[in-house]
Design a protein around this ligand. Structure first.
Ligand SMILES: C=CC1=C(C)c2cc3[nH]c(cc4nc(cc5[nH]c(cc1n2)c(C)c5CCC(=O)O)C(CCC(=O)O)=C4C)c(C)c3C=C
Ligand SMILES: [Fe+2]
Length: 234
């Protein structure tokens, strides 16, 4: 059996939007490795983390607003992961590279869980690719059709943005990286947008499966929660 190597790049994470700043600071201050209180004062760790994060958030938000509205840490770390993945693939190393963060998304624990299950369940073609179609959950309209490799899929999981593998340029590209018109992927934990993955090689064999998937999604999150902007990546 071919050896498979997984590389997990660990970083701390940073708030991606201004709304993330206070909960991010809470995660940071609640960690005794960052702020350690002696003896019984330990019991105050969480209330103090809450208080200081709320007090500090407005000033930090101003700082983040000045640099584009969020931390660049995740983008930089994702880019490092992609560069590493491509460099190892160029050396014919069968590798999957992931990013996990300690204080913000993608949280390390989640990444480990999701990535394993998903990547192993996909039938990759002989070039390591699978067809991916982004579809509006509500209207059924196909928005985007492309190919993904393991790297693109890992990026989708960690960045929550539809990312494809460009066969002509042999690189990953995230839809919207120049236009800012991203296809966002649902994250149950934040209850934001809707996503379901299912991967098959052929578009035609897909339609029925897709309908089944849609029904499943509606059952899972309740049709009232599905907005026009909700997308499904199949
Ligand atoms: C009491 C204040 C703070 C301590 C102590 C502190 C220690 C500490 N922080 C990191 C890593 C990060 N901190 C980040 C942002 C950040 N940290 C604080 C405060 C303390 N950090 C604030 C208020 C903020 C928000 C930004 C700001 O307002 O200045 C980040 C995120 C960086 C990003 O890209 O957004 C990281 C990462 C460590 C490792 C550490 C002690 C070892
Ligand atoms: Fe800090």
């Amino acid at each position: 059996m071919e050896e498979k190597i997984g590389v997990l790049l660990l970083n701390l994470g940073g708030p991606e939007t201004l709304k993330d700043v206070q909960p991010f600071l809470y995660n940071l201050f609640a960690d005794p490795d960052i702020i350690r209180l002696p003896g019984l004062f330990k019991l105050l760790q969480w209330p103090l983390a809450k208080l200081t994060s709320v007090l500090r958030a407005p000033k930090s938000e101003k700082g983040y607003a000045a640099i584009g509205g969020g931390s660049p840490l995740r983008k930089i770390t994702d880019e490092q992961a992609n560069a590493l993945r491509m460099a190892l693939e160029a050396k014919n190393v069968n590798v999957s590279v992931y990013v996990g963060m300690r204080y913000w998304y993608p949280f390390t624990e989640e990444v480990i869980e999701q990535v394993d299950t998903l990547l192993d369940g996909i039938k990759w073609d002989d070039k390591g690719l699978a067809m991916a179609i982004a579809q509006n959950v509500d209207t059924g309209a196909i928005l985007m059709q492309g190919f993904v490799n393991k790297g693109a899929l890992a990026t989708i999981i960690t960045s929550r943005k539809a990312t494809f593998f460009s066969r002509s340029r042999a690189t990953l590209w995230t839809k919207g990286e120049t236009s800012n018109n991203f296809i966002n992927i649902y994250d149950k934990r934040r209850n934001k947008l809707c996503v379901q993955f299912s991967w098959r090689g052929f578009l035609l064999g897909h339609v029925r499966l897709l309908l089944v998937k849609l029904l499943e999604i509606q059952e899972q999150i309740g049709s009232s929660n599905i907005k026009m902007s909700n997308l499904v990546l199949i």
